[in-house]
Design a binder for this molecule. Structure first.
Ligand code: THU
Length: 131
């Protein structure tokens, strides 16, 4: 396992504990490594008005952008499910905005089961205005 992957799994697993998911009870933690060398984390944030909630990946991207970083070099999403949950379609598009085609996207669960894809495997033929 690469050092980055281990570190990102730990970061995502830790932040998952802060998920606000009282409606689905589906807790998600996301960690993105940026080209500034920092790791940005986020959880899903649900709302009593269900469609107003958002995903863990979206929170992590928002933290990265707020800090001034622009490029994602590696991603990890942690859930408790088996198999581990994969980024939803909307989050694939959001991650793709800041990631390269070959950016690794890891998913993992608490049993240590993990899979890794390239960004372009999760979102082939991604829509981008620039490349
Ligand atoms: N969720 C994420 O945080 N990321 C995804 O990629 C898929 C779904 C969240 C949204 C909602 O709070 C819960 O998981 C159940 O759908």
């Amino acid at each position: 396992m690469t050092t980055n992957k281990q570190h990102l799994i730990e970061a995502a697993r830790t932040v998952m504990q802060n998920a606000h998911a009282p409606y689905s009870s589906y807790h998600v933690g996301a960690a993105v490594l940026a080209d500034d060398g920092n790791t940005y984390v986020g959880t899903n944030v649900e709302n009593a008005s269900y469609p107003e909630g958002w995903c863990a990946e979206t929170s992590a991207i928002a933290a990265m952008i707020a800090a001034g970083a622009k490029q994602i070099t590696e991603v990890c999403v942690v859930t408790k499910s088996d198999p581990p949950g994969t980024p939803c379609g909307g989050c694939r598009q959001r991650l793709s905005e800041f990631a390269a085609a070959d950016t690794p996207v890891h998913v993992s669960n608490l049993d240590g089961i993990s899979h890794t894809w390239r960004m372009d495997e999760l979102l082939p033929s991604a829509f981008k205005l620039k490349d």
